[in-house]
Design a protein around this ligand. Structure first.
Ligand code: ADP
Length: 451
């Protein structure tokens, strides 16, 4: 049973149930037809026997009947018995051999030798103590022919019925299961062809299978997106690493082959150091990103005074004081991870300094507004063109790669900033005008004591 398909199992169940129902209906029809026959026989017996009693009289030991009275009417035999139960008039049917005691006014069914009878006795008194029994006796039609016919029809109809139920049931079940087959065929094809762009594509409906197919399609779409993003990320990361590696390789080969002057050698070594530094930074950032993706660093959320954190970081980094202006409101407490928030701040401040104009300024502000703690990093630098403002959050995206190149940028900083903000249940907004400057603001929910 375990090896057969669900479709076949359901079909078998349907067929079995329908067969039971069919047999039950046949039995029920037989029972009803017997009941109807019996009940009409009883009615006939009662009315005929009662009428007969009106046409029979017994007085002074003499039995008389009205003119034209017959002891056999409407299939009912009328028998008259003396008080001592000896037959006075009427013809007892041969097959009625039973010794049935007299019971006044009671209709009973009595089994004869091979036939059933319905019997009704009525006491016809002639005086206080004397009288006769009038017995009505009617053969109950056995309707054996009907029963036989019905059984014959059932015997022919049953196999046809079973066949039709099984085939019809199977077709219906197969039709109902088609979406499920489509789902599994699509999933299988996706696995075999490694093609994540396939979809089940069932027309929208309200039944369970349509909803399941839609859910799967959404899941496939998400899978495809994240798979593509992963592929892109790997490709970008390899590309970013390949560039400094080939520069270092080229420089080394040149240095080994050519007889360089001490100045040239110094220059080559400096270039190698710069590229190595860039690679180290990239690898470090990739590692942080992977950790962030895995969420391992996001677990330690505790109350953090944003002002104290930012102030400490800026003092520690020793940024030029005439370039960077800090304004901190006291007691802006948020729920967060100190290390991650420090990295976010550093990324924003470094960017503001990196993409500033010569002699430009950076303003860092920590304040609270309503239910939010805000960290704003504003500069009067080169700004970001409107059409690029959405793209800068993507991994490896750089507005002007040549400019970032000078400063070891790889285009991962802002995507990390956004990820850290989201991990804290916050958002980062950007307000920037090309040539005028940019303002990045982190909004985090304030720490509540009871929380
Ligand atoms: P990068 O390593 O290149 O700095 P980021 O992800 O930090 O990467 O930034 C992405 C891009 O956004 C940068 O290449 C730069 O073009 C632009 N950008 C970021 N911050 C600023 C800023 N304060 N002013 C102007 N442009 C910025």
């Amino acid at each position: 049973m375990r090896k057969i398909s669900v479709k076949l199992k359901i079909t078998l169940w349907i067929t079995l149930l329908m067969t039971i129902l069919f047999l039950f209906l046949v039995a029920f029809t037989l029972f009803i037809s017997r009941t109807v026959v019996l009940s009409s026989a009883r009615q006939q017996l009662i009315s005929t026997t009662r009428n007969s009693v009106g046409n029979i009289s017994f007085s002074q030991g003499k039995l008389s009947t009205t003119e034209g009275f017959s002891f056999y009417q409407n299939g009912v035999s009328i028998l008259v018995y003396s008080q001592a139960e000896s037959l006075l008039a009427g013809q007892l049917p041969v097959s009625f051999t039973a010794k049935e005691p007299f019971q006044n006014g009671q209709v009973r069914t009595v089994e004869g030798a091979s036939i059933s009878y319905v019997v009704l006795d009525l006491w016809l008194p002639s005086s206080w103590e004397e009288g006769v029994w009038v017995r009505g006796l009617m053969e109950v039609p056995r309707n054996e022919q009907t029963t036989e016919n019905l059984i014959k029809i059932a015997a022919i109809a049953l196999p046809v019925f079973i066949l039709l139920t099984a085939v019809g049931g199977y077709l219906l079940v197969r039709r109902a299961f088609r979406p499920l087959e489509q789902i599994s065929a699509t999933a299988q094809a996706m696995g075999e062809a490694k093609d994540l762009s396939r979809r089940i594509g069932l027309p929208p409906g309200r039944d369970e299978f349509s909803r399941l197919a839609q859910t799967f399609d959404q899941l496939f779409a998400r899978l495809e997106r994240s798979f593509e993003a992963e592929k892109q990320f790997t490709a970008d990361a390899s590309h970013e690493l390949r560039t400094p590696v080939s520069i270092i390789k080229g420089a080394c080969e040149y240095g080994l082959k050519c007889d360089e002057t001490p100045e040239e050698r110094q220059e080559t070594l400096e270039m190698i150091a710069r590229q190595a530094e860039k690679m180290a930074q990239l690898i470090g950032q990739l590692l942080s990103m992977t950790r962030l993706d895995q969420g391992t660093e996001g677990a330690r959320l505790e109350p953090v005074d944003l002002g104290v954190l930012v102030e400490g970081l800026i003092r520690e980094r020793g940024y030029e004081e005439d370039k960077l202006f800090l304004s901190v409101s006291p007691g802006v407490k948020v729920r967060g991870d100190g290390a991650l928030l420090a990295r976010l701040t550093e990324n924003l401040v470094e960017n503001a300094l990196k993409y500033g104009k010569p002699g430009g300024h950076v303003w860092v502000t920590v304040k609270s507004q309503g239910e939010e703690g805000i960290l704003e990093v504003r500069d009067d630098g080169i700004g970001i063109p409107k059409d690029q403002q959405e793209k800068i959050w993507q991994r490896f995206y750089q507005v002007d790669p040549s400019r970032s190149d000078e400063s070891n940028g790889v285009g991962l900083g802002l995507s990390m900033v956004r990820q850290i903000a989201q991990l804290h249940g916050g958002t980062v907004t950007l307000d920037s005008v090309e040539g005028i400057g940019s303002a990045f603001a982190l909004h985090l929910p304030l720490w509540k004591e009871e929380a």
